[in-house]
Design a protein around this ligand. Structure first.
Ligand code: ADP
Ligand code: TRP
Length: 321
Protein backbone atom coordinates (compact mmCIF):
# COMPACT_ATOMS: atom_id res chain seq x y z
CA UNK A 1 0.00 0.00 0.00
CA UNK A 2 1.20 3.49 -0.69
CA UNK A 3 0.84 5.86 2.26
CA UNK A 4 1.10 9.58 1.64
CA UNK A 5 1.00 12.69 3.78
CA UNK A 6 2.30 16.23 3.78
CA UNK A 7 3.02 18.86 6.36
CA UNK A 8 3.34 22.58 5.80
CA UNK A 9 6.63 24.19 6.84
CA UNK A 10 4.83 27.08 8.46
CA UNK A 11 6.14 26.87 12.01
CA UNK A 12 7.47 24.82 14.84
CA UNK A 13 6.03 21.33 15.26
CA UNK A 14 3.86 20.73 18.31
CA UNK A 15 2.44 17.69 20.03
CA UNK A 16 -0.86 18.10 18.11
CA UNK A 17 1.04 17.66 14.83
CA UNK A 18 2.99 14.79 16.36
CA UNK A 19 -0.01 12.82 17.64
CA UNK A 20 -2.44 13.74 14.85
CA UNK A 21 -0.19 13.17 11.89
CA UNK A 22 3.46 12.30 12.51
CA UNK A 23 3.15 9.42 14.97
CA UNK A 24 0.49 7.57 12.91
CA UNK A 25 2.47 8.29 9.72
CA UNK A 26 5.65 6.84 11.24
CA UNK A 27 3.78 3.83 12.65
CA UNK A 28 2.37 3.01 9.21
CA UNK A 29 5.93 2.48 8.01
CA UNK A 30 6.27 -0.56 10.25
CA UNK A 31 4.26 -2.76 7.92
CA UNK A 32 6.65 -4.12 5.36
CA UNK A 33 4.21 -3.96 2.47
CA UNK A 34 3.70 -0.22 2.95
CA UNK A 35 5.68 2.40 1.10
CA UNK A 36 5.44 5.82 2.71
CA UNK A 37 5.72 9.08 0.81
CA UNK A 38 5.93 12.07 3.14
CA UNK A 39 6.58 15.54 1.91
CA UNK A 40 7.12 19.10 3.05
CA UNK A 41 4.31 21.15 1.54
CA UNK A 42 6.33 24.22 0.57
CA UNK A 43 4.11 25.25 -2.37
CA UNK A 44 1.22 25.27 0.08
CA UNK A 45 3.18 27.34 2.58
CA UNK A 46 3.46 30.12 -0.01
CA UNK A 47 -0.17 30.91 0.77
CA UNK A 48 1.01 32.18 4.17
CA UNK A 49 4.79 32.85 4.00
CA UNK A 50 6.25 35.57 1.77
CA UNK A 51 9.81 35.56 3.08
CA UNK A 52 12.13 33.23 1.10
CA UNK A 53 14.62 32.84 3.96
CA UNK A 54 11.85 31.86 6.36
CA UNK A 55 10.43 29.33 3.91
CA UNK A 56 13.84 27.73 3.30
CA UNK A 57 14.71 27.57 7.00
CA UNK A 58 11.29 26.20 7.99
CA UNK A 59 11.38 23.53 5.30
CA UNK A 60 14.72 22.26 6.54
CA UNK A 61 13.58 22.29 10.09
CA UNK A 62 10.45 20.27 9.36
CA UNK A 63 12.59 17.69 7.52
CA UNK A 64 14.96 17.53 10.49
CA UNK A 65 12.19 17.22 13.07
CA UNK A 66 10.25 14.61 11.10
CA UNK A 67 13.41 12.51 10.73
CA UNK A 68 14.24 12.97 14.41
CA UNK A 69 10.77 11.68 15.33
CA UNK A 70 11.67 8.34 13.78
CA UNK A 71 10.81 8.51 10.09
CA UNK A 72 12.46 5.54 8.42
CA UNK A 73 14.04 6.71 5.20
CA UNK A 74 14.47 3.21 3.82
CA UNK A 75 10.70 2.63 4.00
CA UNK A 76 9.70 5.32 1.57
CA UNK A 77 10.57 8.82 0.57
CA UNK A 78 10.83 12.17 2.33
CA UNK A 79 10.87 15.03 -0.14
CA UNK A 80 9.97 18.64 -0.81
CA UNK A 81 6.69 19.19 -2.64
CA UNK A 82 8.46 21.65 -4.95
CA UNK A 83 10.93 18.97 -6.06
CA UNK A 84 8.00 17.41 -7.93
CA UNK A 85 6.73 20.41 -9.92
CA UNK A 86 4.51 18.12 -12.05
CA UNK A 87 2.08 18.36 -9.16
CA UNK A 88 1.17 21.91 -10.21
CA UNK A 89 0.35 20.63 -13.69
CA UNK A 90 -1.98 18.03 -12.25
CA UNK A 91 -3.53 20.71 -10.01
CA UNK A 92 -4.32 22.76 -13.12
CA UNK A 93 -5.91 19.81 -14.90
CA UNK A 94 -7.96 18.93 -11.80
CA UNK A 95 -9.10 22.54 -11.46
CA UNK A 96 -10.77 22.28 -14.86
CA UNK A 97 -13.07 19.53 -13.58
CA UNK A 98 -13.57 20.99 -10.08
CA UNK A 99 -16.83 22.86 -9.53
CA UNK A 100 -16.20 26.27 -7.98
CA UNK A 101 -19.02 25.50 -5.54
CA UNK A 102 -17.00 22.58 -4.16
CA UNK A 103 -14.16 24.93 -3.20
CA UNK A 104 -16.60 27.44 -1.75
CA UNK A 105 -17.67 24.83 0.79
CA UNK A 106 -14.13 24.42 2.18
CA UNK A 107 -14.15 25.37 5.86
CA UNK A 108 -10.37 25.78 6.09
CA UNK A 109 -10.47 28.62 3.52
CA UNK A 110 -13.18 30.42 5.47
CA UNK A 111 -11.33 29.89 8.76
CA UNK A 112 -8.04 31.16 7.39
CA UNK A 113 -9.60 34.26 5.85
CA UNK A 114 -11.47 34.91 9.11
CA UNK A 115 -8.09 34.77 10.90
CA UNK A 116 -6.78 37.51 8.60
CA UNK A 117 -4.87 35.61 5.90
CA UNK A 118 -5.04 37.30 2.49
CA UNK A 119 -7.87 35.76 0.45
CA UNK A 120 -5.63 34.91 -2.52
CA UNK A 121 -6.63 32.69 -5.41
CA UNK A 122 -3.92 30.29 -4.15
CA UNK A 123 -5.54 30.00 -0.74
CA UNK A 124 -8.92 29.42 -2.40
CA UNK A 125 -7.64 26.68 -4.70
CA UNK A 126 -5.46 25.10 -1.98
CA UNK A 127 -7.62 21.93 -1.91
CA UNK A 128 -6.97 21.35 -5.62
CA UNK A 129 -3.21 21.36 -5.11
CA UNK A 130 -3.66 19.10 -2.10
CA UNK A 131 -5.73 16.70 -4.23
CA UNK A 132 -2.97 16.70 -6.85
CA UNK A 133 -0.40 15.93 -4.11
CA UNK A 134 -2.32 12.82 -3.21
CA UNK A 135 -3.49 11.64 -6.63
CA UNK A 136 -0.15 12.05 -8.39
CA UNK A 137 1.32 9.14 -6.37
CA UNK A 138 -1.65 6.74 -6.72
CA UNK A 139 -1.87 6.97 -2.92
CA UNK A 140 -3.99 4.47 -1.01
CA UNK A 141 -4.00 5.90 2.51
CA UNK A 142 -3.51 9.42 3.86
CA UNK A 143 -2.75 9.85 7.59
CA UNK A 144 -3.87 13.30 8.73
CA UNK A 145 -5.56 15.02 11.66
CA UNK A 146 -9.34 15.48 11.66
CA UNK A 147 -9.14 19.06 10.36
CA UNK A 148 -7.94 17.69 7.01
CA UNK A 149 -10.84 15.28 6.57
CA UNK A 150 -12.84 17.62 4.35
CA UNK A 151 -9.82 18.06 2.06
CA UNK A 152 -9.67 14.28 1.65
CA UNK A 153 -13.35 14.15 0.76
CA UNK A 154 -12.78 16.88 -1.83
CA UNK A 155 -9.83 14.92 -3.22
CA UNK A 156 -12.06 11.90 -3.76
CA UNK A 157 -14.72 14.10 -5.38
CA UNK A 158 -12.15 15.53 -7.79
CA UNK A 159 -10.75 12.11 -8.68
CA UNK A 160 -14.24 10.78 -9.27
CA UNK A 161 -15.13 13.73 -11.48
CA UNK A 162 -11.90 13.24 -13.44
CA UNK A 163 -12.60 9.54 -13.90
CA UNK A 164 -16.19 10.20 -15.01
CA UNK A 165 -15.03 12.78 -17.54
CA UNK A 166 -11.99 11.02 -18.97
CA UNK A 167 -12.54 7.35 -18.11
CA UNK A 168 -10.65 5.66 -15.28
CA UNK A 169 -7.32 7.27 -14.47
CA UNK A 170 -7.00 8.32 -10.85
CA UNK A 171 -7.02 6.17 -7.75
CA UNK A 172 -9.39 7.16 -4.91
CA UNK A 173 -7.51 7.46 -1.58
CA UNK A 174 -8.79 6.76 1.94
CA UNK A 175 -8.18 9.07 4.90
CA UNK A 176 -6.52 7.56 7.99
CA UNK A 177 -7.55 9.45 11.10
CA UNK A 178 -6.75 8.22 14.59
CA UNK A 179 -9.84 8.76 16.70
CA UNK A 180 -7.93 8.86 20.01
CA UNK A 181 -5.85 11.80 18.84
CA UNK A 182 -8.11 13.44 16.30
CA UNK A 183 -8.11 16.78 18.12
CA UNK A 184 -5.30 17.28 20.62
CA UNK A 185 -6.12 20.15 23.01
CA UNK A 186 -3.76 23.09 23.46
CA UNK A 187 -2.80 24.76 26.72
CA UNK A 188 -6.02 26.81 26.67
CA UNK A 189 -8.20 23.73 26.08
CA UNK A 190 -8.98 24.71 22.44
CA UNK A 191 -7.57 22.69 19.53
CA UNK A 192 -3.79 22.93 19.67
CA UNK A 193 -2.62 25.00 16.71
CA UNK A 194 0.35 27.20 15.98
CA UNK A 195 -2.05 29.90 14.81
CA UNK A 196 -3.71 30.00 18.25
CA UNK A 197 -0.42 30.34 20.17
CA UNK A 198 -1.48 27.51 22.51
CA UNK A 199 1.09 24.85 21.63
CA UNK A 200 3.50 22.57 23.44
CA UNK A 201 6.38 22.22 20.99
CA UNK A 202 8.02 18.83 20.67
CA UNK A 203 11.57 20.12 20.44
CA UNK A 204 11.33 23.13 22.76
CA UNK A 205 14.22 23.68 25.19
CA UNK A 206 13.59 22.23 28.64
CA UNK A 207 12.76 25.59 30.21
CA UNK A 208 10.42 26.53 27.41
CA UNK A 209 8.58 23.21 27.41
CA UNK A 210 8.17 23.39 31.18
CA UNK A 211 6.77 26.89 30.83
CA UNK A 212 4.31 25.77 28.16
CA UNK A 213 3.10 22.86 30.31
CA UNK A 214 2.84 24.98 33.46
CA UNK A 215 0.67 27.47 31.50
CA UNK A 216 -2.10 24.93 30.89
CA UNK A 217 -5.35 26.59 31.92
CA UNK A 218 -7.15 24.87 34.81
CA UNK A 219 -10.28 25.53 36.85
CA UNK A 220 -10.25 26.75 40.43
CA UNK A 221 -10.91 23.41 42.20
CA UNK A 222 -9.08 23.42 45.54
CA UNK A 223 -6.10 21.14 46.14
CA UNK A 224 -8.01 18.93 48.61
CA UNK A 225 -11.06 18.50 46.38
CA UNK A 226 -11.58 15.60 43.90
CA UNK A 227 -11.07 16.63 40.28
CA UNK A 228 -12.63 15.51 37.03
CA UNK A 229 -9.96 13.87 34.85
CA UNK A 230 -12.17 13.74 31.73
CA UNK A 231 -12.50 17.51 31.48
CA UNK A 232 -8.82 18.23 32.26
CA UNK A 233 -6.40 19.12 29.47
CA UNK A 234 -3.53 17.93 31.70
CA UNK A 235 -5.06 14.48 32.06
CA UNK A 236 -5.99 14.24 28.38
CA UNK A 237 -2.46 15.07 27.26
CA UNK A 238 -0.90 12.80 29.86
CA UNK A 239 -3.01 9.83 28.77
CA UNK A 240 -1.81 10.26 25.18
CA UNK A 241 1.80 9.65 26.21
CA UNK A 242 1.67 7.56 29.40
CA UNK A 243 1.14 3.80 29.75
CA UNK A 244 -2.26 2.41 30.77
CA UNK A 245 -1.08 1.92 34.36
CA UNK A 246 0.37 5.41 34.62
CA UNK A 247 -2.85 6.87 33.21
CA UNK A 248 -4.98 4.92 35.70
CA UNK A 249 -2.74 6.05 38.52
CA UNK A 250 -3.22 9.70 37.56
CA UNK A 251 -6.96 9.18 37.14
CA UNK A 252 -7.20 7.86 40.71
CA UNK A 253 -5.18 10.76 42.05
CA UNK A 254 -7.51 13.21 40.30
CA UNK A 255 -10.57 11.53 41.74
CA UNK A 256 -9.14 11.10 45.24
CA UNK A 257 -8.38 14.79 45.80
CA UNK A 258 -5.41 16.06 47.80
CA UNK A 259 -3.21 16.83 44.77
CA UNK A 260 -3.14 20.20 43.03
CA UNK A 261 -3.04 20.86 39.31
CA UNK A 262 0.56 22.10 39.66
CA UNK A 263 1.62 18.63 40.73
CA UNK A 264 -0.15 17.02 37.76
CA UNK A 265 1.46 19.51 35.39
CA UNK A 266 4.88 18.53 36.72
CA UNK A 267 4.08 14.86 36.06
CA UNK A 268 2.95 15.72 32.54
CA UNK A 269 6.10 17.71 31.86
CA UNK A 270 8.30 14.85 33.13
CA UNK A 271 6.43 12.40 30.91
CA UNK A 272 6.76 14.58 27.81
CA UNK A 273 10.42 15.29 28.46
CA UNK A 274 11.12 11.57 28.86
CA UNK A 275 9.01 10.62 25.82
CA UNK A 276 10.87 12.93 23.45
CA UNK A 277 14.34 12.22 24.89
CA UNK A 278 15.38 9.64 22.25
CA UNK A 279 14.11 11.94 19.52
CA UNK A 280 16.11 14.88 20.84
CA UNK A 281 19.15 12.63 20.79
CA UNK A 282 18.50 11.54 17.22
CA UNK A 283 17.96 15.18 16.26
CA UNK A 284 21.36 16.14 17.63
CA UNK A 285 22.95 13.30 15.63
CA UNK A 286 21.31 14.44 12.41
CA UNK A 287 22.39 18.02 13.05
CA UNK A 288 25.98 16.84 13.45
CA UNK A 289 25.95 15.49 9.87
CA UNK A 290 25.27 18.51 7.64
CA UNK A 291 24.82 16.52 4.41
CA UNK A 292 22.39 13.97 5.78
CA UNK A 293 19.17 15.92 5.25
CA UNK A 294 20.12 16.93 1.70
CA UNK A 295 20.91 13.33 0.81
CA UNK A 296 17.59 12.12 2.22
CA UNK A 297 15.61 14.80 0.38
CA UNK A 298 17.43 14.16 -2.87
CA UNK A 299 16.77 10.45 -2.71
CA UNK A 300 13.14 11.09 -1.78
CA UNK A 301 12.67 13.47 -4.69
CA UNK A 302 14.05 10.89 -7.14
CA UNK A 303 11.63 8.21 -5.99
CA UNK A 304 8.65 10.60 -5.91
CA UNK A 305 9.43 11.82 -9.42
CA UNK A 306 9.44 8.27 -10.77
CA UNK A 307 5.86 7.69 -9.66
CA UNK A 308 4.67 11.21 -10.51
CA UNK A 309 6.02 10.87 -14.07
CA UNK A 310 4.18 7.60 -14.58
CA UNK A 311 0.87 8.97 -13.32
CA UNK A 312 1.23 12.20 -15.30
CA UNK A 313 1.85 10.25 -18.49
CA UNK A 314 -1.45 8.48 -17.88
CA UNK A 315 -3.27 11.72 -17.06
CA UNK A 316 -1.90 13.62 -20.07
CA UNK A 317 -2.90 10.80 -22.40
CA UNK A 318 -6.37 10.62 -20.84
CA UNK A 319 -7.12 14.33 -21.33
CA UNK A 320 -5.52 14.61 -24.78
CA UNK A 321 -2.34 16.54 -24.07
P1 ADP B 1 -1.54 23.94 12.84
O1 ADP B 1 -3.00 23.84 13.19
O2 ADP B 1 -0.69 24.05 14.04
O3 ADP B 1 -1.28 25.02 11.82
P2 ADP B 1 -1.25 22.17 10.61
O4 ADP B 1 -2.57 22.67 10.08
O5 ADP B 1 -0.01 22.57 9.91
O6 ADP B 1 -1.16 22.57 12.15
O7 ADP B 1 -1.35 20.59 10.70
C1 ADP B 1 -0.36 19.66 10.31
C2 ADP B 1 -0.89 18.25 10.60
O8 ADP B 1 -1.08 18.07 12.01
C3 ADP B 1 -2.27 17.98 9.96
O9 ADP B 1 -2.34 16.63 9.55
C4 ADP B 1 -3.22 18.25 11.09
O10 ADP B 1 -4.44 17.57 10.95
C5 ADP B 1 -2.43 17.76 12.31
N1 ADP B 1 -2.83 18.52 13.51
C6 ADP B 1 -2.60 19.83 13.75
N2 ADP B 1 -3.08 20.20 14.96
C7 ADP B 1 -3.66 19.09 15.50
C8 ADP B 1 -4.34 18.82 16.73
N3 ADP B 1 -4.51 19.76 17.65
N4 ADP B 1 -4.78 17.57 16.95
C9 ADP B 1 -4.60 16.58 16.03
N5 ADP B 1 -3.96 16.77 14.84
C10 ADP B 1 -3.49 18.00 14.57
N1 TRP C 1 -3.12 20.61 4.05
C1 TRP C 1 -2.26 19.90 4.94
C2 TRP C 1 -2.12 20.70 6.26
O1 TRP C 1 -2.35 21.88 6.28
C3 TRP C 1 -0.88 19.69 4.35
C4 TRP C 1 -0.95 18.92 3.08
C5 TRP C 1 -0.74 19.40 1.83
C6 TRP C 1 -1.27 17.53 2.94
N2 TRP C 1 -0.89 18.42 0.90
C7 TRP C 1 -1.21 17.26 1.54
C8 TRP C 1 -1.59 16.52 3.84
C9 TRP C 1 -1.49 15.99 1.05
C10 TRP C 1 -1.87 15.24 3.33
C11 TRP C 1 -1.82 14.97 1.95
O2 TRP C 1 -1.76 20.12 7.24
Amino acid sequence: MRILSGIQPTGILHIGNYLGMMRPAIALQDLETNEAFYFIADYHALTTIDNPETLRANSRRVALDFLACGLKVDRGALFRQSDVPQVTELAWILSTVTPKALLERATSYKDKVARGLPASAGLFTYPVLMAADILIYDSDLVPVGKDQKQHLEMTRDMAQKFNETFGEGLKLPEPYIQTATETVPGIDGQKMSKSYGNTIDIFAEEKEMRKQVMSIVTDSTLVEAPKDPASSTIFQLYSLFASKEETEHMREKFQRGGSGYGEFKKELFAKLWEYFEPMRKRRAEILADPDYIDAVLERGARRANEIADTVMKRVRAAVGL
